[in-house]
Design a binder for this molecule. Structure first.
Ligand code: GLU
Length: 486
């Protein structure tokens, strides 16, 4: 009988969410949910030196922001708790002692210096180092005495005469190892804490995890873990090792290299929904050309067999494009609420944020582009008069002056200030004057914005600025042109 699919996300609380880790969480979530299984959250905090205040809250918040809701975890409990490793300490020791009893682990009293000496010797002989632990040969009585005496010790895995050992990984396929080359890793540290190498097995087994999904850096340790599963007579989990997320061909994406975490991306104006959609495509190939997916759709189409073995390269331009797609496809209210804080910060003048939001929607991909796109509302750009010269628009400073004067008159005459009326008035002008549209609209847009590129055209901007402000800016343009051309 196949077991219920249960996956776990097991982050260490480091204070930020690495993109590769979030992708692992997503794959774990999708594998579980695709089969109506359970997705668990387990906090791996046995490395006390790396503890960061508030780090667990960042994990909760990130997963919630992207919609990866867990079925069991430290905050909501479940039948397999506790879900924080440091709260599970007593049980690891018992399990380790059980392995000692069956000959699959042993006490080791060696000091760092003794291990280092062996390493140096191997180096000088040019052979690869594998610690040959003299403590393996201590008799039980001596071990007992030393423990009672209070000698510090660790518990190490005992590996002897294993021969060839193998397992199947769902991504990397059939993997064989020479078991006797595996190092006798520490399972329980001298401070009584388990190592990751031990805790992951005990936790995954006792939490009835069916699929272990994690970075491929754990692939080479997995044979050691399997020996321990076998030693207890436990069923091994199904392994899904995933390739790393890279910055480029050579470098892994890492916080240490100053690369973006989920928090950094959000701070840069990326939407959680777009981020999670994009990272689904990192190392996983969708079955069709479709690239935009809701989480629900991903649950439906996700299939482990489409996870690639090759590293995925994080392409910020692609994420930016995708973020733009998300921004443009939002319904009006959600979109407005999303951009509103940015607009409120960038535009203090008495202009309609809703109108401004509308004109920037087709033109921004990330929220951090908003400020620069709308800064001219409060203060027009400090422009050079040469900006009135535009070849394609057939505009020169001379034609611009004529156009601005006419536009000033026309705008001043608008009674009912609607966008429609501004539109009609400004588009009637070129016809009346025998000019091209661009010859009128380009100078108007230049005068009211002072910028080469703006979201929205002259008509939309004039309408948002209102009559008085538009006239004031156009007057300013006229005055400057007259002075220059005199
Ligand atoms: N705490 C480990 C990490 O963050 C988890 C690895 C695993 O999923 O087993 O790398």
């Amino acid at each position: 009988m196949s077991r219920k699919v249960r996956t776990r996300f097991a982050p260490s609380p480091t204070g930020y969410m690495h993109i590769g880790n979030l992708r692992t969480a997503l794959f774990e979530y999708l594998i579980a949910k695709h089969d109506n299984g359970d997705f668990l959250l387990r906090i791996e905090d046995t490395d006390q030196g790396r503890k960061v205040e508030g780090a667990v809250d960042i994990i909760y918040k990130t997963l919630k922001d992207v919609g990866l809701n867990w079925d069991e975890g430290p905050d909501i409990g479940g039948n397999f708790g506790p879900y924080i490793q440091s709260e599970r300490l007593p049980m690891y020791k018992g399990y380790a002692e059980e392995l000692v009893k069956t000959g699959h682990a042993h006490y080791c009293f060696c000091s760092e210096e003794e291990i280092e000496a062996q390493r140096k010797e191997a180096e000088s002989l040019g052979i690869s180092f594998k610690f040959d632990d003299p403590c393996k040969h201590l008799d039980a009585k001596e071990v007992q005495e030393r423990i009672e005496r209070g000698d510090p010790y660790v518990i190490r895995q005992t590996i002897s005469n294993v021969g060839e050992t193998s397992f199947d990984d769902m991504v990397y396929g059939h993997i064989e190892f020479d078991g006797d080359l595996l190092d006798e890793q520490i399972l329980l540290k001298s401070d009584g804490y388990p190592t990751y190498n031990f805790a992951n097995i005990i936790d995954d087994h006792t939490m009835e995890i069916s699929h272990v999904v994690r970075g491929n850096e754990y692939l080479s340790s997995t044979p050691k873990y399997n020996l321990i599963y076998d030693a207890y007579g436990w069923e091994r989990p199904t392994y899904v090792h995933v390739p790393p997320v890279m910055k480029d061909e050579k470098h892994k994406l890492s916080k240490r290299n100053g690369d973006a975490s989920f928090q950094d991306l959000v701070a840069k104006g990326y939407l959680p929904a777009a981020i999670i959609n994009y990272i689904a495509l990192l190392g996983w190939a969708p079955p069709t050309e479709q690239e935009i997916y809701t989480l629900e759709e991903l649950i439906d189409v996700f299939d482990v067999s489409r996870i690639s073995r090759s590293p995925a390269i994080f392409d910020i331009d692609k994420l930016t494009w995708m973020n733009g797609v998300y921004l443009r496809s939002m319904d009006e209210d959600t979109y407005f609420e999303t951009v509103r804080p940015y607009l409120e910060k960038a535009v203090k003048g008495p202009y309609s944020h809703r109108e401004i939001a509308k004109i920037i929607q087709p033109r921004i991909d990330i929220l951090n582009q908003i400020e620069e796109a709308v800064d001219f509302f409060d203060q027009p750009g400090d422009y050079d008069l040469e900006m009135y010269r535009h070849k394609k628009m057939k505009s020169t400073p001379e034609t611009a002056l004529t156009a601005l004067k006419a536009a000033r008159e026309a705008i001043a005459g608008i009674q009912d200030w609607t966008e429609e009326n501004v539109h009609e008035t400004l588009l009637a002008l070129p016809k009346e004057m025998g000019m091209k549209n661009g010859q009128v609209l380009w100078p108007v847009r230049t005068a009211v914005s002072g910028k080469q590129f703006t979201p929205g055209g002259a008509i939309e901007i004039v309408h948002i600025l209102g009559k008085d402000e538009s006239l004031a800016r156009i007057d300013q343009g006229i005055a400057r042109l007259e002075e220059a051309l005199a």
